[in-house]
Design a protein around this ligand. Structure first.
Ligand code: TYD
Ligand code: MG
Length: 457
């Protein structure tokens, strides 16, 4: 077998045909690493001649047994189950990435204890000693009766031996960057080790129906360290995120073969571990007592549920000729477009003003459905008149100033009513067929109507 070498950046995974000191994409220094690609001459001859031999089983779709795949195990944590798509799937591999100290080990130790009650679980730590894990378990009040197996090991061969002895149904690896195949010469955490270890574990999961959760470190850019190929190899990719100033933690599903991508789970980090927050809208709502200019709520669709997010705007006279537009948790390009629409179709010019918009609580509202709410927050910040406290809005804004319908209107309206909102601004096509108790809906067809509606309130 012949092999060809190429070079991959450990920071951003860009591939380079030859070695160089700096990555062309992310400009990181000394981040390129060699990986080998095998170019098997035999495969090439087969492709050329079409002379394939050797058997591999084929089957009809209807004959495939799906009982094993459909098996889902609850982690006993409603939020973690939700982001997994309804529980952990047997034979699947989940990759959980996040900043150091965010709570990855904490969450998965509790998960190991919960899953261990009914099945054989193996928790492998390459980062902490058994004593450190035991201390954390004490803090998390894991009962002594918890029935899972611990192992502090980084050599994958040794781990595989234990797996064949113990026959666990679920394995947790903390973290994939610390694992190494002894047979390989490269160090743990390098691109080739990461790829080979993950590939061995994925094969094991698929062949034996074991559910595997891998913890992954993230780079400075917030991506899982190592090649992007890691994310392609696994079934589910979850990112642990948080607002540095808050005790709330979020897990976002960016890929899920067994559930909705973009699903969000919310937790609170307490003295004794992570607690699920099952009604997250309520925690963000309780922080607000009075109506203030520049603020309005938006029912954001996250995976399979609605989350009410406060959108804030600040419009201030710009000290420099070049005014600033800053968006935190929202799309900055979209803000520029919306301000142009506001000028052209509602005659509100903000050239001399700096405009800041923010999705409160470290949340993200990147849906176009947030357009109307953003414009209303900006308008209110500009004229210093607040919208009522229990007012929210949704709708996409088109370039000719029209307000366009958005998906999941009914679900968003129901969530608003549940959370005690009384007024909603929305596009005509999203008007509910049946009135929703306690919620008054105002149709907005065009941005130019907003002032008239505001004066009527
Ligand atoms: P940890 O799970 O070790 O993070 P990671 O594995 O993602 O690096 O979490 C460590 C942080 O969480 C640490 O700053 C302390 C805090 N913590 C609590 O607040 N409460 C707890 O019960 C535990 C175990 C940790
Ligand atoms: Mg850890």
């Amino acid at each position: 077998m012949k092999s060809r070498q190429h070079f991959v950046c450990t920071e951003c995974s860009t591939s380079h045909p030859k070695w160089q000191g700096q990555c062309v994409k992310c400009e990181a220094w000394n981040s390129l690493e060699t990986i080998s690609i095998s170019t098997d001459a035999k495969i090439k001859t087969l492709q050329a001649t079409g002379n394939y031999s050797g058997d591999s089983a084929v089957t009809k779709l209807a004959d495939v047994e799906i009982s094993d795949i459909a098996l889902r195990w609850s982690s006993c944590d409603p939020e973690f189950d939700r982001v997994l798509g309804g529980g952990l799937v047997a034979g699947s591999v989940v990759l959980l990435g996040g900043d150091p100290g965010i709570g990855k080990s904490t969450l998965l130790l509790s998960t190991a204890a919960a899953l261990g009650q009914e099945r054989q679980v193996l928790y492998v730590s390459g980062e902490e000693s058994l004593q450190q894990i035991a201390m954390r378990a004490k803090r998390l009040q894991v009962p002594d009766s918890a029935n899972f197996t611990l192992m502090a090991e980084t050599r994958l061969e040794k781990i595989l031996v234990q797996i064949s002895k113990l026959k666990p149904q679920c394995i947790i690896i903390d973290s994939i960057q610390t694992l190494a195949l002894e047979s390989s010469t490269s160090a743990a955490g390098t691109v080739s080790q990461l790829r080979d270890c993950t590939s061995a574990l994925v094969t094991l999961a698929k062949q034996q129906g074991i559910a595997i959760i891998l913890i992954g470190h993230v780079t400075k850019q917030g991506q899982i360290a190592g090649p992007r190929v890691l994310e392609h190899m696994v079934d589910t990719v979850l990112y642990f995120e948080s607002d540095p100033s808050s005790r709330y933690r979020f897990i976002r599903a960016v890929k899920n073969r067994f559930g909705a991508a973009d699903e969000l789970a919310v937790f609170a980090m307490l003295e004794n571990g992570l607690r699920p927050v099952t009604n997250p809208s309520a925690i963000f709502l309780q922080q607000r007592q009075n109506s203030v200019p520049g603020s309005i709520y938006f029912p954001n669709r996250q995976g399979t549920r609605q989350l009410l997010i406060e959108i804030q705007a600040l419009v201030d006279q710009s000290p420099s000729p070049q005014s600033r537009r800053v968006a935190v948790g929202l799309d900055a390009q979209r803000l520029n477009m919306l301000l142009a629409v506001l000028h052209r179709h509602a005659e509100i010019a903000l050239f001399d003003y700096d405009v800041y918009i923010n999705a409160v609580g470290g949340l993200k509202a990147t849906e176009t459905a947030a357009d109307l709410a953003v414009l209303m927050a900006v308008m209110s910040a500009h004229d210093q008149k607040a919208w009522p406290l229990t007012c929210c809005a949704f709708g996409e804004v088109g370039l000719s100033g029209e307000i366009r319908p958005i998906p999941y209107g009914q679900e968003r309206l129901e969530e608003m009513a549940r959370q005690g909102f009384t007024i909603c601004f929305l596009p005509q096509a999203n008007m509910p067929n049946k009135a929703i108790e306690g919620l008054k809906c105002y149709v907005v067809n065009h941005v130019s109507e907003l002032y008239a509606i505001k004066n009527r309130l």
